[in-house]
Design a protein around this ligand. Structure first.
Ligand code: GDP
Ligand code: MG
Length: 176
């Protein structure tokens, strides 16, 4: 089977760890300060479930509750990773706004999305419980993971999950 081309976008409030998750996955390192304004696309070759992928990962500069999402984030994107951080209520609110914007554009049943609660290593600062994240994802009928870019926990899972979700949608499988 030839490698499939896939392009995914990371979205969510600023400072939730979008760039850190991507760089941990692509470069196997945790960068402590990465310019938050950079919009970059990263490439990685990977294999999931026997299928090879040429993966492009779009790292967005971040959204807030008022953001109008640029058209470029809707064109040629196969799937979305929506990230909040477990120590930020604001980021949890913003992820709902971003979800609604994507659904308005793409339609609920067709768009592959994975919800990620990052910074799970920040145990004391946590304000969003794992249950809350899980409930939100269930209401959207999308996969949910908690992760830590810092501890490299569940980072590869995010990418495997979004690629599998894209594949399921293409095959017309519904998660319900
Ligand atoms: P972005 O704006 O969403 O791209 O966020 P960044 O990746 O730039 O991360 C923002 C800040 O959070 C940086 O200081 C990171 O070092 C830190 N950070 C990112 N991921 C984690 C994590 O999993 N745990 C902790 N404790 N800090 C993190
Ligand atoms: Mg960033």
């Amino acid at each position: 089977m030839p490698a499939k081309d896939r392009k995914i976008a990371f979205m969510g409030f600023r400072s939730v760890g979008k760039s850190s998750l991507i760089i941990q996955y692509v470069e196997n390192q945790f960068v402590d300060s990465y310019d938050p304004t950079i919009e970059n696309t990263f490439a990685k070759h990977t294999k999931v479930g026997g299928q090879e992928y040429n993966l492009l990962v779009v790292d967005t500069a971040g959204q807030d509750e008022y953001s109008v999402i640029p058209q470029s984030y809707f064109i040629n994107i196969n799937g979305y990773v929506l990230v909040y951080s477990v120590n930020s209520q604001k980021s949890f609110d913003v992820v709902k706004h971003v979800y609604n914007k994507i659904i308005d554009m793409k339609g609920r049943m067709t768009v592959p999305i994975v919800l990620v609660g990052n910074k799970k290593d920040l145990r004391i600062e946590r304000v969003i419980s794992e249950e809350e994240g899980k409930h939100l994802a269930e209401s959207w009928k999308v996969p949910f993971l908690e992760a830590s870019a810092k501890e490299n926990s569940s980072v590869k899972d995010i990418f495997d999950t979004v690629l599998n979700t894209i594949k399921q949608k293409e095959n017309g499988e519904t998660p319900e």
